[in-house]
Ligand binder design. Structure first.
Ligand code: GDD
Ligand code: MG
Length: 194
């Protein structure tokens, strides 16, 4: 973060919470397009950057998803069990290294080749996370275990193999409702990969 440039001056930062993630209230001066400076405050939630991967199989025309409980949804009028592409926080690792590790931990597939497709900010008004998107081909020979995540960390991940057509239909019905997962499924369709 640059604290000062021609258009932005950070005036103060006040930690509101420093626990799992960091919630900070920033006061900054912003120079508007008409040249006037305006003082503003914004809360920023920082819990690091992340990576996500969609596993696909051309022959079976299928994808590998995970289903796990997500508390933030549960407290916002959803049952909480969300279908998602495998994802994780970087924790100091390079995105490609992290996502290979995460894919095996969560889905049980060990992938040699992963392809980076794009980077996106998923909630830019409040969350600082930058998310790195990957895809990779899987087949049964790459299966090393049953996945499921790390019990000690409270993970209880169900691995779901789904027809690609069923997954695309599930976006329309709302059964797949996770942003990063929708983006990767649509990427496979748009690029004609599946
Ligand atoms: N103690 C504690 N543990 C937490 C907390 N939040 C998450 N964890 C634990 O931290 C681990 C995070 O797992 P990852 O696989 O690394 O991340 P994720 O939860 O799947 O996904 C996150 O990253 C994605 C990609 O950046 C995001 O898309 C997703 O929203 C989420 O933040 C899990 O074991 C989870 O239980 C918390 O507030 N307290
Ligand atoms: Mg995860």
């Amino acid at each position: 973060m640059s604290s000062e440039n021609a258009q932005i001056r950070i005036i103060a930062s006040m930690p509101l919470a420093e626990d799992w993630g960091k919630l900070t209230k920033y006061t900054f001066d912003y120079r508007r397009h008409d040249g006037e400076w305006q003082r503003q405050t914004r809360e920023v939630y920082d819990r690091g950057n992340g990576a996500v991967i969609l596993l696909y199989n051309r022959r079976k025309r299928s994808v590998i998803l995970t289903r796990q409980f997500r508390l933030p949804l549960f407290v916002n009028q959803h049952h909480g069990f969300l279908l998602e592409a495998a994802a994780g926080l970087l924790d100091e690792l390079e995105p490609e290294e992290r996502i290979r590790h995460e894919a095996e931990e969560e889905t049980g597939y060990r992938l040699e080749q992963v392809q980076k497709v794009f980077v996106a900010w998923m909630s830019p008004g409040s969350v600082s996370e930058k998310l790195h998107f990957f895809i990779a081909e899987y087949d049964d020979s790459k299966r090393t275990g049953s996945g499921g995540g790390v019990i000690e960390e409270g993970e209880d991940i169900e691995v779901v193999e789904m027809d690609f057509a069923t997954a695309l239909a599930a976006i329309r019905t709302g059964d797949i409702a996770d942003g990063k997962t929708i983006m990767l499924l649509q990427h496979l369709a748009l690029e004609g990969i599946l």
